[in-house]
Design a protein around this ligand. Sequence first.
Ligand SMILES: [Zn+2]
Length: 612
Amino acid sequence: MRYPQTFLDDLKRQADIVRVVGDYVQLKKKGANWMACCPFHKEKTPSFSVSPAKEIFYCFGCHKGGSVFNFVMEMERVSFPEAIKLVAEKSGVPLPKLIDDSRFEARRNEADAVIELNKWALEWWEQQLESSGEARIARDYLNRREITDETRKTFRMGYAPDSWDALSIHLRQKGATQDQIERSGLVVKKEEGGSYDRFRGRLIFPVMDIQGKPIAFGGRTLRDEDAKYINSPETAAYVKGRNLFGLNLTRDEIRRAGFVILVEGFLDLIVPYQFGVRNVVASLGTALTPDQARLMSRFARKVVVNYDGDNAGVQAAKKAIAILLAEDLEVKILVLPDGSDPDEFIRKSGVSEYQQQRGLAQPHIQFVIDQAVRDRKLSNPADKEAAIDEVLPYIHAVRSRLQKHEYFDIAMDSLRIVDASLKRELWHSIRQGTGEGARAGESAKTTIKRAAVKPTVAEIQLLELLLDDETVRRNILPKMEPADYEDLPTASIFRAIVAIENEGAGVDFGRLSSLIDETDSAAELLPMLLMGDAAPDNENQDNVRPKAEKCLDALRLMNINGKIRELHAEISEAERAGDETKLVRLSVEYSELNRLRKSFEPQSQIAQAENA
Ligand SMILES: [Zn+2]
């Protein structure tokens, strides 16, 4: 279902971002903008601002920003269509009839039907656990694990009786058809037709979506059986690897704490939760997926991975690191003493001991290095090489250049690599994404591609001026060539501005974001750029254009400097190879570039400062 475009356009015009945001935070007028303490991160002095003129919000602290719809999506944790509905309600714009989109509707209906059946099943299972005689075995198990009634109810645990059809009968009595029951995944279809209950004689843990609706189940056996846990199959309501167990209950605490503890199993989350550690999610069974990492990143940028201490847990933690780094999350690793999992450890040693251990969690790089040097002798060249091979991918995967460098230095020290030229080569291989460093797995590789170098000051200023001032656009854009910006991390924004200018349209947030691919990391910069004050209203207009020209010159100079650096490397290579003809050609190129650089001389200092 979609809303008609005319309604959306209307709503965009009528929605008052100050009023909507003002429902959530206390805004104070400051100049043309409104300021408040940011609702998305902890702060004492306001850095969250709303511009009614530009119809955007932006936080100078945590860099969240966007339209009124983005704000509501973030605040209420709702999808875009739901945000539209809320904004319309708050702005007093009547909602129109939805445009029918039958395929989407069909899928939605099927997912709703599965969830409906899940609800029936869950309520019934909860009752069983609460009061049936057969469920005593499950209640005893929970007692042994020191899980209280309150916790059992919070997590809505249940008990599935040891029967082939008790649940199916119950669902049919509630009015479900055989077809619906089969599609819900609550039963296993038989080849000869018919079906039997999937969960039998098991303690049930429901998996909720972020709104707290049951989308799937895990069932733990209470007897001696091979499969300790069995899980729901994929259904219209449930895709594996898209959800995190517990997040519906822990998301606020995660946001408040500023970091999330990632654990593996149901009880690894439930037990800490009961003891007051509530910024936790569980990845459940299969390896962590990029979807799950992205989901976490919506609530916190820091993750403490607390998997089991056994070998399988360590291997799983290493895989998780690569996935989390690719989403630009800061990762620490917590390995509890004696290979305990969080559930065991907290029950045995208490929550304050757990918190203390958590405080000692290692930065991911230290964990990876420790694993790499374990059972290896660094004095043995082959061992050393193997250790380097093992560590580099995890540095390669780090997105922040500064942090990457820091981790690289730590690794070089720990692996006792002192030779300067070897270090340089290794650093080069990490930065280029070639050589051994590139083995960090597919997600890390794509990260590198996306991990745009941070935009420079000159680039940011120029964009701010172009976005802010029509005269600047009219004067500067015709002077610019695609070559001036195509290699920049913000190229897509420049392209969008040029396109809008060519259309003769106005530059605004909505139009710009529609021209920039969502996955382009430059898109995130838009609110900041639009909020920027490179050209304050009171500044003399005469100063603005020269300012923009200076920025453009600085960009061009940096571009030339980059080419010269590349040429340098090529020349040394040709020298080593003794390739005379190539050397001559490169030298000619080199002196041409140098001449070009000289023509920028007065700005060269600016460029160097910007580069630093
Ligand atoms: Zn903020």
